[in-house]
Design a protein around this ligand. Structure first.
Ligand code: ADP
Ligand code: MG
Length: 150
């Protein structure tokens, strides 16, 4: 794929499998609003910039890691979930709000983990990688991309 990939979509409810309890909430994006280039991405973890739009919300452009994965309940279909963990401490939930994303690169393919601890540890590494990439001048410049000012 060619990056950046841009998209806007509303935040929908996921399965509430406890990402928030693990300290890594993921804003699930409505797949019906997402372009094919994002839905067709190889399953795995990506990184980029994100902006949550809405009344009373912190509208800053923040770092994010994005997971492209299968919907377990619909394993027989091609349906995917696109979830974004934002590296920012929002004080409130923002279900139903619009978010804009600029996806800038790929971190790793989808993997199976032997335990929840192993998964959480790996996500920590993904976050470190995303943070380092996004501090690089060229990728940092997308934080002020025109896309986020429309
Ligand atoms: P769900 O299964 O409904 O997606 P999660 O446990 O993944 O539940 O929590 C996701 C929700 O948490 C998001 O939809 C959003 O409203 C809220 N949230 C708060 N802070 C963040 C954050 N930093 N990144 C992503 N979502 C966040
Ligand atoms: Mg989620």
């Amino acid at each position: 794929s060619d990056f950046p990939l841009y998209a806007s979509a509303k935040v929908v409810h996921g399965f509430g499998r406890g990402s928030k309890q693990m300290g890594i909430p993921t804003a699930n994006l409505n797949p019906e609003e997402l372009p094919k280039e994002i839905l067709d991405l190889p399953k795995g973890v990506y990184f980029g910039w994100v902006q949550v739009k809405g009344e009373g919300l912190d509208a800053g452009v923040q770092k994010m890691v994005m997971n492209v994965g299968n919907r377990p309940t619909f394993a027989d279909s091609d349906a995917v979930t696109i979830e974004v963990h934002i590296l920012h401490d929002y004080k409130i939930d923002f279900y139903g709000q619009d978010v804009g994303i600029a996806v800038l690169g790929f971190i790793r393919p989808e993997m199976k983990f032997s335990s929840l601890d192993a998964l959480v540890e790996r996500i920590g590494d993904d976050i470190k990688a995303a943070t380092l990439y996004l501090e690089e001048e060229v990728l940092k410049s997308y934080q002020t991309d025109r896309f986020f000012r429309m």
